[in-house]
Design a protein. Structure first.
Lengths: 432, 138
């Protein structure tokens, strides 16, 4: 019973924690007005995680600070309660969505609590780092651990949320993965103007849920950053004036992406490329983005080498590309990867569904199928990188593709949710 | 008429939500947590001398691992080392000791591997010839 009580407490605490700071200053800053309730949760997560990332280089245990932010947020919530009551009185939808969101968060938390098994990578790679941070070790200690070059953001947060839990159970540290991925789904689908919004969001959340990956993998952290980038792209497309604060939040998201997993750096470059090609903005903004991205990449390699004495990839960037040299080998590999890609796409239907919606929408609007937009460009680059990873690897495809492909698809699948918004809104508009 | 439509919509929403909550096993998970405490679930998830063999690892680490971290080797289809569960940052690894997990002496490949790599070790703890704690002979 004690465990159940603390799981409920953790839902409450996490919800309160990520209301800080933007929910309390929304009224004072006009640029925040275009963001919905869940966008602001995502922005708060981005801001807080950036702060935690900076601190991770100096202080291994920041649970006191997280607690402090939680308490501050609770105080601000009590002070602003009358305003929130008024907002809910005028519009019931956010309240219903918050209730559904919390129910889904609770389902995820109870799933982790009941079946808290750490899966393969969790035990073999990530949990070592979590143990190190949890016991007060700093980044230097990574030199004594397996795979020291793996980025540390996810494990640092895992260890600190574990530290926060009153009952001191490891799995409490992993709750935040499920909270953030659900927040990003709600954020990206919130603009759908349909009476079936709650059903659409719930079904999308259910289709994306993967209990296996809540067992110590970092995929949902990547999922969150990529999904929120798609949300930012969508806002940029709809609100051109939004460009200045877009750049700040987009850059912070890319930086966090780099510090999450090794492939994060490639996703950061893909997302930047999508921005350069699909959004016509001033040259100076493009320059700022490119310069910042290169700086983040440099800092990533430099700081990793400085603190951990190991900052590169577990596979060499250049190798003999054996699979590309011989045509038969290339063809066999291509067919093998494609076969498993189709299998993985069927098992994670969100991408296929969004692709159907995309072409259905093009057909309805009588638009050209070949017009390049940010959705289709990301799709192409994402699938190119999947093939590139498997053609590049020195490991046997049979031991790698079936295990890795599904995860690679899941971590980017949130991006494709962006097409649900114009699709459902098109029908809503025509109904009226 | 509009009110009736609203009520119908509410019922559909609630029904879909109940189906999803049920599909995510919420009732079963709550029941599992109520029925089995954390330690019981820990043993059933990682096993005593099966899967990651958490139980055996714990026993050995409590008895022998007070000064050093002890490396482990799992013969089954699990991560080769489960030592992360008991890793202590202020201790070094004892290179003379190793915990063997899920060893099957009837499996020829495993037997050959064991004889090749652990011939110079003596057995300090033995659980059903499957989980062993070994120390290098001096």
């Amino acid at each position: 019973m004690k465990e159940i009580f603390f799981i409920f407490y953790q839902v409450f605490f996490t919800f309160i924690l990520f209301l800080f700071p933007f929910h309390f200053i929304k009224e004072k800053f006009s640029f925040l007005k275009i963001y919905n309730f869940f966008d602001l949760i995502c922005l708060n997560i981005i801001i807080q995680f950036t702060l935690y990332l900076i601190l991770s280089f100096f202080i291994p245990n920041i649970s006191f600070l997280i607690n402090l932010i939680g308490i501050l947020s609770l105080i601000l919530l009590s002070v602003n309660f009358s305003k929130i009551k008024l907002m809910i009185k005028n519009n019931h939808l956010p309240l219903w969505l918050i209730i559904v969101f919390l129910i889904l968060v609770l389902c995820n938390f109870f799933y982790i609590a009941s079946y808290f098994r750490l899966q393969w990578d969790g035990v073999a790679h990530w949990f070592w780092k979590v143990q190190s941070f949890y016991q007060g070790g700093n980044l230097n200690n990574f030199q004594n651990l397996p795979y020291p070059f793996y980025p540390h953001l996810g494990t640092f947060l895992w260890a600190n949320f574990w530290n926060l839990s009153i009952v001191d159970y490891e799995y409490f540290g992993r709750f935040y993965y499920s909270y953030i991925y659900l927040a990003s789904i709600f954020s990206i689908l919130y603009p759908i103007k349909s009476k079936y919004l709650i059903i659409i969001i719930s079904v999308a959340s259910y289709l994306i849920f993967d209990g296996f990956l809540l067992g110590g993998y970092q995929e949902f952290l990547i999922f969150f950053f990529i999904t929120f980038s798609a949300r930012l792209f969508y806002l940029l497309k709809c609100h051109n004036l939004f460009i200045n604060n877009f750049l700040i939040f987009f850059l912070l998201t890319l930086n966090l992406l780099i510090w999450t997993k090794q492939e994060g750096i490639f996703y950061a470059f893909i997302l930047s490329l999508v921005y350069f090609i699909c959004f016509k903005t001033k040259l100076i903004k493009n320059f700022i983005l490119l310069f910042s991205l290169l700086l983040f990449a440099f800092l990533y390699f430099y700081l990793n080498t400085f603190f951990k004495n190991s900052g590169f990839f577990h596979e060499p960037i250049t190798n003999h590309f054996e699979k590309l040299r011989d045509f038969n080998s290339f063809l066999d590999s291509f067919i093998y990867i494609s076969f498993h890609l189709i299998k993985a796409l069927i098992s994670r239907p969100i991408i296929i569904l969004s692709f159907l919606f995309y072409y259905f929408l093009k057909n309805l609007k009588k638009e050209s199928y070949f017009k390049l937009d940010f959705y289709i460009l990301f799709f192409i680059l994402n699938f190119l990188i999947i093939y590139a990873i498997f053609f590049h690897t020195r490991y046997e495809l049979t031991s790698m593709v079936p295990q890795v492909l599904g995860r690679l698809l899941l971590q980017t699948s949130g991006f494709y949710l962006v097409i649900f918004v114009p699709f459902f809104n098109y029908f809503q508009k025509n109904e009226k | 008429m509009k009110k009736k439509k609203d009520i119908n919509l509410l019922i559909i929403n609630i029904l879909v939500l109940i189906i999803i909550v049920y599909s995510l096993n919420l009732p079963l998970n709550v029941y599992n947590i109520l029925l089995h405490n954390y330690q019981e679930r820990l043993s059933s998830i990682y096993g005593f001398c099966e899967k990651e063999s958490y139980g055996f690892m714990k026993k050995i680490n409590e008895k022998y691992g007070t000064k050093y971290n002890i490396e482990s080797f799992n013969f089954d289809n699990y991560p080769s080392s489960s030592s992360a569960f008991f890793y202590k940052i202020d201790r070094t690894f004892n290179k003379n000791q190793i915990i063997i997990l899920n060893y099957n002496s009837l499996n020829l490949n495993q037997k050959q591997y064991f004889e090749k790599n652990f011939i110079n070790y003596k057995i300090l703890e033995n659980y059903k010839n499957k989980c062993l704690f070994l120390e290098k002979k001096k």
